[in-house]
Ligand binder design. Structure first.
Ligand code: GDD
Length: 307
């Protein structure tokens, strides 16, 4: 396998590089300059730059992780979200089509594509209609449709991963587990006088997987997934944000007062997003292996160590 990971210095990109290092020749792209010889600085706004890179590397597989990842920030950056996620993907797919249509591409989408889930559906499967409720979800829905279109009309070897929430070490602030773990670690490590932490909506329910399991899933899709298909990447288990908070608070050695900050409560929010992982399990034999509590412990300890 000769792999190109776009966005290799991002949260998932770093974990996927680590996972693949004994299995493949790994190359990557980034927006910034890095000294490593296998990492190339390119802009996804230039199709020509991607074509040149494809001709140079000649990958067998492309994992397209580069793009905009924050649901919350997408409201303030609508244009950038469409450029980063949609235009960038079109440029990649065009480059592959022009250089070598046999290259296997994994486009990465999101459970946010589903948006409003029809009543009565406990675990979202790939067949339900898409009804996204924020610019990020709209952009990833378009990516899934582009993947289908390039498969159908150009015969590209593309698979779309619809990933649910993924967490682990190296995720930046701005996502729920890092925002919570960081505040609890600061209170514990710095002996602050004010032991309060701020949170947003605690009632939503999400399907959290460890980022190491997500990297494993992308590899399985790259090896065994069926071209033209869409796969949920999820555990099938829901946890409320209150559950997540309580697990993280259980690691604290001091009492912490929790305050709901109205600024952090989102105006448009999907109440529950839990995925059905049966299709990826059936076609690729991938299964999530990590326990949520242990993953949260690792995240908390990483923050304690970093502070
Ligand atoms: N970020 C954040 N910070 N979220 C909070 C907080 C807080 O202090 N308090 C409560 N929440 C709630 C949010 O309102 C949301 O319901 C839930 O926690 C998860 O928020 P995020 O961690 O920001 O993730 P997300 O679900 O919006 O998006 C993530 O998952 C998607 C897949 O479902 C991202 O990783 C996306 O890139 C990914 O596609």
């Amino acid at each position: 396998m000769k792999v190109l990971i776009t966005g290799i210095k991002g949260f998932v990109g770093k974990h996927l590089e680590e996972y693949l290092k004994d299995k493949a020749d790994v190359f990557g792209t980034s927006r910034a300059d890095y000294p490593e010889k296998n990492i190339f600085k390119i802009s996804f706004l230039s199709e020509w730059e991607i074509i040149r890179l494809m001709e140079k590397i000649k990958p067998t597989h492309v994992f397209h992780l580069a793009g905009f990842s924050s649901v919350k920030d997408s409201w303030e950056n609508k244009q950038a979200v469409i450029e980063g996620n949609v235009t960038g993907t079109i440029h990649l797919l065009e480059a592959v089509r022009k250089v070598d249509g046999k290259i296997r591409i994994i486009t990465v989408g999101s459970s946010e594509e589903y948006g409003i889930v029809p009543d009565g559906i406990e675990k979202v499967h790939e067949g339900i209609p898409l009804s996204p409720v924020n610019p990020y979800g709209v952009s990833k829905s378009m990516v899934s449709m582009l993947a289908k279109m390039y498969f159908k009309f150009y015969g590209l070897n593309v698979i779309h991963a619809r990933s649910f929430n993924h967490i682990g070490s190296g995720q930046r602030l701005g996502f729920v587990t890092t925002d919570f773990a960081h505040q609890i670690a600061v209170i514990n490590k710095r002996n602050t006088k004010d032991n309060t932490m701020n949170v947003g909506n605690l009632d939503t329910i999400r399907d959290f997987a460890a980022v190491e399991d997500i990297a494993d899933a992308y590899y399985h899709l790259g090896r065994y997934g069926k071209a033209g298909e869409i796969y949920n990447v999820c555990t099938g288990e829901g946890a409320s944000i209150r559950d997540i908070l309580n697990i993280l608070l259980s690691f604290s050695k001091v009492n912490i007062e929790v305050m709901v900050d109205p600024e952090k409560v989102r105006t448009s929010e999907i109440q529950k997003l839990v995925g059905d992982p049966n299709k990826i399990i059936k076609d690729t034999n991938w299964r999530p292996k990590r326990q949520l509590e242990q993953t949260l412990k690792n995240i908390y300890e990483q923050w304690l160590y970093n502070l």
